[in-house]
Design a binder for this molecule. Structure first.
Ligand code: MG
Length: 432
């Protein structure tokens, strides 16, 4: 059963008390509204932005983005339209919020930035378990920031079980020349949170497989690997590749997941089972973004319900597929039968992409999502217009259906400035 809570029931500041260093906190706290926000002038829509390729390239904001954000400000320089930033990157939200705030001279609270792992805040069932966090810089900080209280790293596993990592020949030599023993007091790993690709893939793959084959306690050889209960895995960001400064795409976290899936399947004969896939294009991330927009709307004094969301992205197979999947989810929900008073039954999603029924989220008010694809990032309109669809190779994740229609946006716009103009025209929302 889905649990809705009223806006006033959420103490939204409780989990951000440690972020008081952000210069925009005072604006986030300010729920008063000015003449600019008289109810009739209030938007009933919100806008979600991908960051890289839409608002910025690397660490520099794009000129059309600076112009676009100007349209979103009221006469006091504050946001007059509720927005959130949805990126599959894996950084600390307070760092990205500060950067976006400086780019555009607007107040950006860390909670307005949704990174790939952020919706794991909703997976409360795992927050107090002993969780191995896979990733790189700040991985423990990020995990703790989204609610995980008892984490360990792959280095902790290597140290507790020194004879496991034989793909690292330096370690092989090291343990051969010394006396090492397993640390049997090291607590059993109860779940794995994969927030990004690690360094030293070979060592990580070996130790992950060891944990998966031993229910999190690799001190024995399993008798029948086909019967071992698999540890819960939460994976964030399934992007196979991403664009950076190199002339061709680079491996992303999805490539690492693919390696793990292939090894697990080869060794056990079974498909790797994901407890949760989060990050774009999964529905849970867009649902969390809707929740965030509702919170932002409240903070800037909007009292109307948000009925429509726009997503502006540069990657058809991630941003646009996700927007279309969420639109489909909304449509299915709107036709679902009430199952308990005024509660609607949750529309069916694959188990790995389901949204926890007990998630504490602002009430779902959005009825439709539209997507705008810009040409300032990975998508090149001219090249794609002339491309042969038969040449396409599906790079999406195994648990997300390959439907080319899902990658088609509601509209193509050259850049985010044109995107905002289009939205304002469509919503008949006044340009200042
Ligand atoms: Mg992008």
């Amino acid at each position: 059963m889905r649990v809705y809570i009223r806006q006033e029931d959420i103490d939204y500041n409780s989990d951000s008390s440690d972020q008081s260093s952000n210069s925009s906190d005072d604006v986030w706290e300010d729920s008063s509204y000015s003449d600019d926000n008289a109810q009739n002038d209030q938007p009933s829509f919100g806008i979600l932005f991908d960051v890289d390729g839409v608002l910025a390239r690397g660490s520099n904001p794009l000129d059309p983005a600076v112009q676009a954000v100007q349209l979103l400000k009221d006469s006091s320089g504050n946001l007059r339209v509720p927005v959130a930033f949805v990126t599959n990157a894996c950084n600390r939200s307070q760092d990205k919020a500060k950067q976006i705030s400086q780019w555009f001279n607007i107040p950006v609270h860390p909670d307005m930035v949704i990174h790939a792992p952020t919706p794991a805040r909703l997976l409360t069932e795992y927050h107090n378990k002993h969780v191995l966090v896979i990733g790189q810089e700040y991985r423990k900080d990020i995990a703790e920031d989204i609610g995980f209280t008892n984490t360990c790293t792959i280095e902790d596993i290597q140290k507790a079980y020194p004879y496991l990592d034989m793909v690292d020949h330096d370690n092989r030599l090291k343990v051969a020349s010394g006396t090492y023993t397993d640390d049997h007091s090291f607590p059993r790993v109860e779940a794995i949170l994969m927030i990004g690709e690690p360094k030293l893939w070979e060592s990580n793959l070996q130790l992950l497989i060891d944990l998966l084959l031993t229910e999190g306690k690799p001190t024995y050889a399993p008798r029948n690997v086909q019967r071992v209960r698999q540890l819960p895995i939460i994976a964030c960001n399934m992007d196979l590749v991403f664009m950076h400064k190199a002339c061709m795409p680079r491996f992303g976290h999805g490539s690492f997941l693919l390696c793990l899936e292939a090894l697990y399947k080869k060794i056990t004969g079974r498909d790797l089972d994901y407890t949760a896939l989060i990050g774009k294009p999964c529905e849970i991330t867009y649902r969390y973004a809707e929740h965030t927009v509702a919170a932002v709307a409240k903070r800037i004094g909007i009292t109307r319900p948000i009925k429509k969301l726009y997503f502006i992205g540069d990657n058809p197979s991630v941003d646009i597929v996700g927007a279309n999947l969420y639109h489909r989810f909304l449509r299915r929900q709107s036709t679902a039968e009430p199952d308990n008073g005024n509660q609607l039954s949750t529309s069916p999603l694959p188990r790995s992409r389901s949204i926890p029924c007990d998630a504490k989220l602002y009430e779902q008010t959005v009825e439709a999502m539209e997507s705008l694809l810009v040409g300032t990032g990975v998508y090149k309109h001219e090249e794609e217009t002339n491309a042969n669809e038969d040449d396409d190779v599906y790079h999406g994740h195994r648990d997300i259906e390959n439907e080319p229609e899902l990658a088609k946006p509601s509209k193509f716009v050259p850049d985010v400035f044109h995107g905002i103009q289009h939205i304002f025209e469509r919503e008949n929302y006044g340009v200042k």
